[in-house]
Ligand binder design. Sequence first.
Ligand code: B12
Length: 296
Amino acid sequence: MCLAWVPPGDGDNMEGSEGFEAGRPEDSLPPRRSKNRKAPDRYEDRRCAKMSPAERIAMVRNHGDGMVLPGCREGRALIKEEEEMSKEEILKDLKTSVETWNIKLAESATKAALDAKLDPKEIIEKGLGAGMEVIGEKFDKAEIYLPQVIAASKSMEAALKILAPVLQAGNQSMRGTVIMGTVQGDIHEIGKNVCCAMLRGAGYNVIDLGPDVSPDEFMASADTNKADIIGGSALMTTTLQVQAEVVEAVKEVKAPYKTIFGGAPCTQEWCDKIGASGYSENGAEIIELVNRLMKV
Ligand code: B12
């Protein structure tokens, strides 16, 4: 009796299906049966090897992880590749949206990035932030002017608005309170907003005082909110000095607040010099910095 032929819906163990497909007479043992796998799946398995990459992707997508054939495994690899590609494309769109001050693209690319489960940190740093870097360079070379920079920052802000609730979700237990603001005389807010979003995402209660914040305003808010840390952003060499004044204000009344600073002209050396508690170069590192200061 030859048991080599297995009708669709009866055989299993489909790894290397050639024997199965050809129905070799020497395969005299009945194929192993599995109660877990449904007949139509096995039928699809056999078809898998003959499919185009696109068909394999569709097949694996329709069947989840139930597939075992090499052809279908390849389908999974193709899906991964496709996802990687679309991730790269989304990051590129995010960067382009800021670079070309396209608010609609910034919003749609941010939503697409969240749908594709990109890490908000990556969305900000590798996508939107990369676009803002280009804007900064072009502005420095006088290739673009203030109106374009304002337009670019509006795109960035529109995207950050979409990310804010996502960053805050799931972080009910607050790790500490941080007062953030851009120092007096300085209206640059984008970097400070990025830092606020990052810290909120990391579970901190962030009170954002906005731009142009005086040392007294920082102190008053820290007292009212029983803050742990005061963070001040300065984007201009002329406003850097206000960071030193914030440290002085804290020291003057021996307040327990730690002070952290950042912004393009700010450096670790400057922060050491003025006696600040910490410095971070970007929004990703600010989380580590604050965790360290809070001993989290
Ligand atoms: C966008 C921008 C603007 C926008 C700001 C829009 C807004 N809502 O914020 C607008 C068009 C309004 C603007 C106005 C002006 N700008 Co302007 N602007 C810029 C530009 C191009 C980009 C800044 C930016 O947003 N970067 C992107 C963010 C994500 O990066 P970031 O700010 O560095 O923040 C990161 C880190 O620094 C760090 N960080 C930031 N803050 C903090 C805080 C803490 C606590 C920590 C720990 C870390 C941290 O983390 C952030 C995230 O990664 C810079 C050029 C540049 N290369 O920086 C010039 C620049 C800062 N501007 C400049 C100038 C001169 C001006 C104006 C005076 C121009 C004018 N003639 O009116 C006015 C400022 C008026 C004022 N009183 O403030 C100069 C400053 C020169 C200097 N060294 O003093 C620069 C450097 C341009 C240049 N090369 O001349 N500007």
